[in-house]
Every structure is written in structure tokens, then in C-alpha cells.
Design a protein around this ligand. Sequence first.
Ligand code: DGL
Length: 362
Amino acid sequence: MFVGCYRHLLTAISPLMVSAALLVSHPSFADQKLPNVTILATGGTIAGTGSTSTTTVGYTAAKVGVEALIEAVPELKNVANVKGEQVFQIASENMNNDYWLTLAKRVNTLLAQDDVDGIVITHGTDTIEETAYFLDLVVKSKKPVVIVGAMRPSTAISADGPINLYNAVILAGSPEAVGKGVLVCLNDEINAGREVTKTNTATLNTFRTPELGLLGYMQDNRPHFYRQSTRRNTADTEFDIMGLDSLPRVDIVYGYANMDPTALNAFVAAGAKGIIHAGVGDGSLASAVKPSLIEARKKGIVIVRSSRVGNGIVARNGEANDDELDFVVSDTLNPQKARILLMLALTRTTDTKTIQTMFYNY
Ligand code: DGL
């Protein structure tokens, strides 16, 4: 209110003084209370080390601790009051349900505290997209949760970790990020946890949201949003993992020419409660596999038709009569994200109509 009145007065005096008022009120210049951001470190390349400064592949991930990551970016203290916790230290190809439950419970506990305004999670890039969607479905707060990684180890020339961490902390402390769901922030871009995916094995711009697009950019020390996800997430979620110490087994059967039901039958024998069929095209079912899927359904296993294609809607009753087969379709979720939603859905119900509604809502 004071600044608003002050600026009104200055408008009456001179344009030059108005710009001074705007500078004073601009977020990066105002003398304002810094947000409290907690960094939860889990490993990955952002914490990785290589044998030389030019080693950008063949390095060791998950070596550098959270305090060292914070010390490497002294500029963090200009944008937030930062605390660090090492939740675990892994290369993210080793991520599993136990780590997810540990991380999600810590996130929810911290976000329930009045002295925490946002959270940054440093993470290996290989499974960032899965952790981001898992947290998008189980975090019980509108406060920002930003997942960040790096494509070059901390020892490399032009390592991307420090600037990615700096941007992620700013984003996690930004009012604009409140209520946007879990965000993934690398390479100056902001993507939604529901839709982002890793699209290149090695380049800095690997995290993309093909077709549906990114949410915005990090530039000039602040976020610039241009859209937001339309699906239920975080504070609006019905899923609650706080009392869980395990999650139902859900596996993915990858579709390809000449496939047979060997993999599917192995997953059924291993006790899968759900199967994601990553079909070719619009989730098509090969004749060699369809009978085994029907048998699995008869055993009470929930079958979700997804697609290996990666973009577009898998249409219900399109390539298969889902009503007759009692199958579910994944909508636009890729197989690895459909697996996460089905896993959480099975903590609440095995009713396929209810689960299909979840795939249209989240
Ligand atoms: N081992 C991979 C991981 O931890 C390295 C990739 C990365 O973090 O960028 O995800």
C-alpha cells in the first residue's frame, strides 16, 4: 500500500522519479524479507564428479554433499534463506518406492512448517520426471516444490548445476510458483512435473514438454510464467502416502514388433497388481499378447493401455474395446508416468471406472 501510494505521488512529480520508485519496488532490488527455502539433496550428476574438467560422460554421480552444493553458489544467500538436508545420495537410476516415500514424507513435513516457504530437490536427471510426477500427486501443499538436476558434473567446465540450483531456489521462493504443482527447472526453463520428460541423453536442453509446452522461463533473477497445468495436483490430490510404508507393484510391458507375452507373464507371476501396456501407436495390442492381458485382468490385475509414442491421447475404445475388456487408458501420460498414477490409484481402489476418472483428472 505504501509503495503504491508513493508511486502515485511520484507519477505526479516526474517520470524519472517514477522509474526510481519502480526500481525500489522491483523484486530483485527491494529490501524485502527473503523466502525460506530448504534444499533436499538426493544425488545425481548435480552432485557428480569427473576425473577431469572435460569429463561430461563417464563421471561418478552422487558424490558431493548438500553443504558443498550450497557453498558452491554463494549468490544463494542474496535470494533466499537456505537450509540443506541430505535425504539420501544416489544415482537416480536407482530410485525406488522406498526412496520416494522417504522423500515425499520429508517434503510434506517441511511444507507444513510456517518457516518453510518452498523446497528445492536436487536429483539425478535420469528419473527426475518420475519423481516430479510422484510428488505432484502426493505433496499436500500449494507451496512451491522445484526439482533440479544437471547434465554436467560439478567438476566440468561450464557445469550447469550451480546456475540451475540458483534458479531453482529463486523459483521455489517465488509467489508466482505457488499453486503451480511440482516444477522441474533446468536450463532456464520451467516445466510441469506432470508433462516434462528427458528427451536427450546428454544435452543441456534435455528436459522438454513436447507439444503441450513448457510453463515459462527463468530470466533476470525471477520466473516468467506463460501457462500452467490444467490437471489436479499437490494440495488438490486425493492420494495420501504419509501412513504408507510400501506401494503396490505396477510394471510396464513395452510394445514392439514380434513381441510375445513372456515379459507380461513374468510380471504377473511376480505379483504385479497393475500393468501398464506401452503399446505401439495409439496403445495397440498385438494378437500375441492380448489373450494374456485378458487373463491377467481376470486375475484382478488392472490393465492400463498407454503408448510408447510419447505424445497424444490414448483414446478409450480406440485400438481396443476397453469397455468390454475392462481396461483403463492412460490419456496423455507416458508409460513411466502412467505407472506412478496407477500405483497410487491402487492404494485407494481397484475399481476401473474410478481409476479411469483419475487418469482424466490428474
Ligand atoms: N546417473 C544419472 C542420474 O543420477 C546421471 C544423470 C544426471 O543426474 O544427470 O540420474
